[in-house]
Design a protein around this ligand. Structure first.
Ligand SMILES: [Zn+2]
Length: 369
């Protein structure tokens, strides 16, 4: 790569580029669009060569994980993800998780092929956020995406007790006090990702039906489709008391070490047929989208990583669910009420106009007589 400035300027450009790449990576459709030549998203700093800015990383070969650090230095860092997770007696009792708006059905749900995964985003008036679980503050949901294998023995990024699962979902959240994702990724506690493993079930998981059907419409990178909305709670395991916690990174370039990781011990279910639908997607390089998981990274100094346990399961989440549904219902009722009032107002105005007209006619008539 050729840079034509002084060292300081080059360093600035490098940082500027890195920030751009990070935001592009976190909003993967930007990258997907960019790769496909669209120009309506923010362009990279113009005086860097296209080749320099767009290193099209992959999971295999000369652009695979062992080469990521050549283009994204953070990928060679000391606190990288994923890692092997293991059981040990919990060190302390942790705060229970509290999930807000995870049970409310969004206004719309979009599925996007990002070129390296399939991403789900949600539109809703109140965005879901998570508290507790010893997270330092509230983290708001941004997107979720999946990692899966070419067969049912591989696919997950993390391993638990040396077991690799056929699929792992990542629910990405940013820390609310940082206001947006672009700012959050400048801080080591900027993101909280909740990871959940899938195991293979005999029966289809009905909660995944809409998503699985949607996959058929987004086989090519950059394609997106809105699907039948489902609540975010679809991707939480039933029990959230036991989990693994550690400080790590994004598992894709630019691999920033800004993630507070939580991987739940309890798993979700997916049938072999449902999982097979993921394998029909295509990577940016045109190959079948399979084995989109990064190899395990060294633990380094993170020696205290292991199974953790919350003091108690937040039974209250069921209460919240009811409350949120009530709120949604109340909202709906209020809207209907409002519509009724508006309609009554319109009718009243029409009636008044009719009366006024009749009076007018009566006055005209009186004049004539
Ligand atoms: Zn991921």
């Amino acid at each position: 790569m050729a840079l034509h400035f002084s060292d300081a300027s080059a360093d600035f450009k490098r940082r500027e580029r890195q920030v751009w790449c990070i935001s592009a990576a976190l909003v993967p459709w930007r990258r997907a669009f960019k790769l496909h030549g669209a120009t309506h998203e923010k362009a990279p700093p113009h005086d860097l060569s296209e080749e320099d800015v767009v290193f099209v990383w992959s999971y295999k070969g000369h652009t695979g994980p062992e080469h990521w650090a050549e283009h994204y230095p953070s990928c060679g860092g000391q606190s990288q993800s994923p890692i092997e997770l293991f059981n040990r007696p919990p060190m302390k009792e942790w705060n229970p998780f509290q999930f807000y708006y995870y049970y409310v059905t969004p206004t719309s749900v979009t599925v996007t092929n990002t070129g390296d995964s399939v991403m789900v985003t949600m539109d809703m008036p109140n965005r879901p956020y998570v508290l507790g679980g010893n997270l330092d503050g509230a983290y708001e949901f941004v997107q979720l995406h999946f990692h899966w294998g070419s067969n049912n023995t591989v696919g997950s990024e993390h391993t638990i007790q040396h077991n690799r699962y056929p699929c792992e979902v990542h629910l990405v959240h940013y820390k609310k006090i940082y206001n947006d994702t672009a700012t959050a990724i400048l801080y080591e506690d900027g993101l909280a990702v909740l990871g959940v493993m899938f195991t293979i079930s005999e029966e289809d998981n009905p909660a995944l039906a809409g998503l699985i059907t949607g996959l058929a419409s987004v086989t090519q990178p950059g394609q997106a489709i809105t699907i039948q909305p489902f609540p975010l709670s679809t991707f939480l395991p039933n029990k959230r008391k036991k989990f693994y916690r550690y400080q790590g990174s994004l598992t894709t370039p630019p691999c920033n070490e800004v993630v507070v990781w939580t991987v739940f011990k309890n798993k979700l279910k997916i049938s072999a047929t449902q999982l097979a639908a993921f394998r029909n997607l295509k990577f940016t390089n045109g190959h079948s989208m399979v084995d989109n998981y990064r190899p395990l990274q060294p633990l380094g100094t993170r020696q205290d990583v292991g199974l953790e346990q919350a003091k108690w399961e937040h039974e209250a989440h069921l209460e919240w669910m009811k409350l949120e549904l009530e709120m949604a219902k109340t909202e709906e009722a209020r809207e209907q009420e409002h519509a009724k009032i508006e309609q009554a107002k319109t009718e009243l105005a029409r009636e008044q106009a009719r009366i006024e007209k009749a009076r007018e006619q009566a006055r005209e008539q009186a004049k004539l007589e």
